[in-house]
Design a protein around this ligand. Sequence first.
Ligand SMILES: [Zn+2]
Length: 319
Amino acid sequence: MHRTLVSLAIAVAVLASGASASAAALATGVELLPGRFIAGEQPDGNTLVFDGADGLVVFDTGRHVAHTRQIVDYARSRGLPIVAIFNSHWHLDHVGGNALLRKMFPAARVHASGAIEDAMRGFLAGYRAQIEQVLATPDGDVAQKAALRDELALIDAGPALYPDERIVKGGMTRIAGRRVQVGLETRAVTAGDVWLFDPATHVLAAGDLVTLPAPLFDTACPARWKASLAHLDQIGFATLVPGHGAPMTRAQFATYRRAFDRLLSCADSKASKDACIDGWLHDADTLIPTGDVKLARGLLGYYLEGILRDASKTTPLCL
Ligand SMILES: [Zn+2]
């Protein structure tokens, strides 16, 4: 399992599309700062910024400093403080900016599941050890090693990434004066996945419960993830913002969900790996930019062999 993220780092370095996008108002009082893939680096998750009465509410903080700086710059351009941060889950491309945002906005409160603390002792500790092994080898790409050193620094930020407010159940709440619905899915993409629904604009921030160009199964319980997508379908959203990829309509989410379900069925069947990948690319065709097809193939090839068809990986994550 621990080799997964290092392998993924390499996969992304080779396969990244280099696609990027700039900030855009998604709805009144809701700004999208898209995450992006940069060749040779791991991805950043999408960030959403909601206007509150008392300041800004940030959903996911990115991994690279360049992404997090965009959040800081956006807040400065508005002349408003960041008063609350939500993390959808503990993956570094969603929590990596917490430390910088806390430094810039010391009053900001971080809301997230407490799953990061177990991850820091488990998955991330293993990932850290793997990185150190790679860094200890004399060979290797200089830029890739620099990126891995950045990963170490992120992990070593430790408690600076942790929540102040641990989300243990979902419900309606008021954050920075804005009424929102917080949801918690357990053992889906990770042990604790948080989503945020904004009733005023019908925007749903889904985190990595929805990702393009493919679902990312590194730490997932696939069966429970499938059930979580059914939960999202019950929410009255008009626009769903995935953890990676472009915002979706309800119809596009239905397409995604069907493709996801069929991918899991294919993985459980005797069909070849390539048949399952072709199935995903066919079913999710309208959602995947042409330039990302190669990336989707690479990711799913890895996940089908390394995770979806290896019960020793998925079973412990479903317990
Ligand atoms: Zn992510």
